[in-house]
Ligand binder design. Sequence first.
Ligand SMILES: CC(C)(COP(=O)(O)OP(=O)(O)OC[C@H]1O[C@@H](n2cnc3c(N)ncnc32)[C@H](O)[C@@H]1OP(=O)(O)O)[C@@H](O)C(=O)NCCC(=O)NCCS
Length: 198
Amino acid sequence: MTKKKILNPFREFSVNLKGDLQRYFATGFRKAQKKINKPKIIFETFLFKAGFHAVFLYRFSYLFYRLGLSWIAWLIQRFSVMVTGAEIEYNAEIAKGMLIAHPVGIVIGRGTKIGERFTCYQNVTFGARHLDPKRIFDFPAVGKEVTVFAGAVVVGGCKLGDGAVVGANAVVLSDVPAKHIAVGIPAKNKPLKGEVAY
Ligand SMILES: CC(C)(COP(=O)(O)OP(=O)(O)OC[C@H]1O[C@@H](n2cnc3c(N)ncnc32)[C@H](O)[C@@H]1OP(=O)(O)O)[C@@H](O)C(=O)NCCC(=O)NCCS
């Protein structure tokens, strides 16, 4: 293995994790606080934020996957399921700035591609729509700054545009245009009226 092939995954890991941490510093709760104590926030995030534990363990497993050590990646993924309740497969591709509020019940399948500043709540599923061998590799592709609320299911090869929002308990089977909200079963798209706070 060349030096570059070893160093690149580490660089990627630190850039992505830095982006993730920044999201945890700027949540709605934090913005509501009058005084921001950065060391205290870092301490609290690492120790008490279950959502961050899921993000961190996913990043760590992806690092080993990129280094070609898939079995270690898989072990970390199993550990993460046990301690956080989230199953983010080590070979899903998620860009920097991911924020998970509550990790329980989140399943993000292996072929899912997700852009920067993704926000995800509990019980969200990203996966294949059909389980027959021909279509089992059709996974969603998610743009930048997408928010997916509690209980949503996004399946198949659908695309979620930049700034799209998926409402609680929606089942998304087709594309969601940028700056649209998808709600209901099967989800229907409506233009976003304002900004959705997370
Ligand atoms: C995404 C969300 C924040 C949008 O809220 P909103 O302010 O109602 O958004 P909008 O007003 O733009 O809604 C657009 C339309 O979709 C409907 N809608 C919104 N969320 C819906 C949902 N989850 N299911 C079905 N319809 C929904 C609204 O009634 C509205 O319909 P209308 O145009 O016929 O009036 C909200 O739908 C949601 O899912 N909240 C759940 C948050 C959550 O998961 N909290 C857990 C924290 S631990």
